[in-house]
Design a protein. Structure first.
Length: 394
């Protein structure tokens, strides 16, 4: 397989992964259940005023966003074999570490709760603790970082955008190490009611690319990655999951929620990603799709892949197992794809029984020779993101 040229991409590698989903509280647990083709989606009714429906929840009540940040950051930091997890002990490893932590909904859960509180019971601290960049601040405090801090928001493309920004911080010399990812706790009354009104939610489950797909299922979770320059990772003899290559990012400028039906900007994002990495379509060994299970998204993605890469590239999709974690979904996709590279295994498209498209979908986990994986995300308003990751070369 062709490897990206060193003069095209400065090496940025991933040395730690933290992942929590409704499937499992850790990367290992999530991978184990997903590999087995299991799904965390079940009929739930977390709010008495709203009818029961399929959701991907870790417990009986929606998770708190800060808890997701803590779980993912702690796991990623420890997985990277950095110093003992505490703000004081981490000064050497984390003081100049950048943080890029995104979320599309951020603290909407708390905002909604505050609107039903009596006015005189609220304090300025309640609002200050729920500013949109809060997850990034929480992550920085957890590791003791005083480096660059970013909090991107790009709808469902947030996770890939966060990882891309983190890699650029390293390539541009701002820092040698960045904690990057995205988190989401989107199961709130307003979110459910809004998507229900749009007709975007499924009624029984999530079936990406299936003839019987109904819409997406909300899920909660997040992913955090420790990114480092390859030189720094080698210097400390760190275990490397893979390399973060360049991205392609565009927007449609078409509609507040729908994408441009010509798919032109989606194709451009994918093409730019390949070109910037010196990759040809035949160099892509697998694609981890956005795969929301909505009629429009799945049709657009299937056409995009067929036109740009052909029908033979293996297709993975994970939202039938984890639900749609909105802004966190791209970070989950990259984390799972890095595990695919490490394990040299393809994960199944959970929920897919009767494909509606003539593509090479992965129905059961399988061993595969993987060098380059392409990850895709598409957000409301036509925000298109493609990122390539590569197996580390020893």
């Amino acid at each position: 397989m062709k490897q990206p040229r060193n003069d095209v991409v400065n090496d940025v590698v991933v040395t730690g992964i933290g992942l929590t989903t409704a499937l499992g509280a850790t990367a290992t647990a999530t991978w184990h259940h997903l590999r087995a083709g299991e799904s965390a989606i079940a009929l739930r009714q977390p709010f008495a005023d709203l009818a029961a429906g399929p959701l991907a929840m870790a417990g009986k009540q929606p998770s708190q966003l800060d808890d997701i940040v803590r779980q993912t950051v702690q796991e990623a930091w420890q997985d990277a074999s950095l110093e003992k997890y505490s703000a004081t002990a981490n000064q050497g490893a984390a003081e100049h570490c950048g943080v890029v932590m995104g979320s599309s909904r951020s603290y909407l859960q708390r905002w909604e709760a505050m609107t039903v509180q009596p006015q005189d019971s609220r304090t300025p601290a309640d609002w200050l603790a729920t500013l949109p960049h809060g997850p990034a601040l929480v992550a920085a405090r957890l590791i003791g970082s005083q480096g660059p801090l970013l909090a991107p928001m790009a709808a469902c493309a947030t996770g890939i955008w966060a990882i891309a920004q983190a890699a650029d911080l390293i390539r541009q010399g701002h820092c040698d190490r960045v904690l990057a990812g995205a988190v989401e706790s989107p199961i709130t009354p307003l979110t459910l009611a809004g998507f229900q009104k749009m007709g975007a939610l499924a009624t029984t489950g999530c079936y990406p690319f299936d003839q019987g797909r109904e819409g997406f299922v909300l899920g909660e979770g997040g992913a955090a990655l420790v990114l480092e320059s390859a030189a720094i990772a080698a210097e400390r003899n760190a275990r490397v999951y893979g390399r973060i290559l360049s991205t392609g990012m565009t927007n449609d400028s078409h509609h507040v929620s729908s994408f441009d039906p010509s798919y032109a900007m989606g194709r451009r994002a994918l093409a730019h990603c390949l070109q910037r990495n010196g990759l040809r379509p035949q160099d892509i060994d697998a694609v981890h799709m956005h795969g929301t299970s909505t009629a429009q998204n799945d049709q657009m993605e299937a056409a995009l892949i067929e036109r740009s890469l052909g029908r033979q590239v293996p297709i993975m999709a994970s939202k039938g197992a984890t639900g749609h974690t909105l802004g966190a979904s791209g970070a989950l996709t990259v984390a799972l794809s890095l595990l695919s590279l490490q394990q040299q295994e393809l994960i199944p498209c959970v929920g897919l029984k009767q494909p509606d498209f003539n593509l090479n979908f992965v129905h059961h986990w399988q061993v595969a020779k993987l060098s380059n994986i392409l990850c895709l995300s598409f957000g409301f308003g036509g925000q298109n993101a493609a990122i390539a990751i590569s197996r580390a070369v020893s």
